[in-house]
Design a protein around this ligand. Structure first.
Ligand code: FE2
Ligand code: FE2
Length: 168
């Protein structure tokens, strides 16, 4: 799958999950952890692989995108710490942030990328990003999310963290 189709597919999934979380029953810890893993992995592959290449053709847009990712991380951290009805409120705010950002990527960035980057390079980038995405999901969002105060209950691996009382 080329880089454009891969990113669009991931956008659809995250938007769908956030819509459900902001409308349905309060999200469980497992659902929140999965969302965080996938959303952060998506941002990581854009920041590390896709944006550096896109920056060569649209610098301002990429800089703006980094800022929007930072804001999304902020609200995601708040969502992960939410209890009760805060979960729906924060999921809705994150959904609005993500929708705005995705709209800019899909309507402004990706069409320009399609025009300026050859298909074979997009296919290569897509494969690299897919592999990096899977690795990032496997590591879990906390590996890329040093500002989250207490990711403990969302950790994918029991020993993923290094709480003080376990430090040797
Ligand atoms: Fe993005
Ligand atoms: Fe994106």
């Amino acid at each position: 799958m080329n880089a454009i189709d891969l990113l669009k597919q991931q956008h659809e999934k995250v938007k769908k999950v956030l819509t459900k979380m902001s409308e349905g029953a309060p999200a469980t810890s497992a659902e929140l952890r999965d969302l965080a893993d996938e959303l952060v992995a998506h941002m990581v592959i854009e920041e590390h692989i896709f944006y550096p290449r896109v920056k060569e053709i649209m610098k301002d847009m990429v800089e703006e995108s980094f800022e929007e990712h930072a804001v999304a991380r902020f609200e995601l951290a708040r969502l992960l710490q939410a209890t009760g009805t805060e979960k729906k409120t924060r999921a809705m705010v994150l959904k609005e942030l993500v929708e705005h950002h995705v709209e800019e990527e899909e309507n402004e960035m990706l069409p320009k990328v399609k025009k300026n980057i050859p298909e074979e390079e997009l296919v290569r980038l897509g494969a690299k990003m897919q592999a990096a995405f899977e690795r990032a999901v496997e590591k879990g969002f906390a590996a890329f999310f040093p500002t989250t105060a207490s990711p403990g209950r969302y950790r994918r691996h029991a020993n993923g963290g290094m709480p003080m009382h376990h430090a040797r």
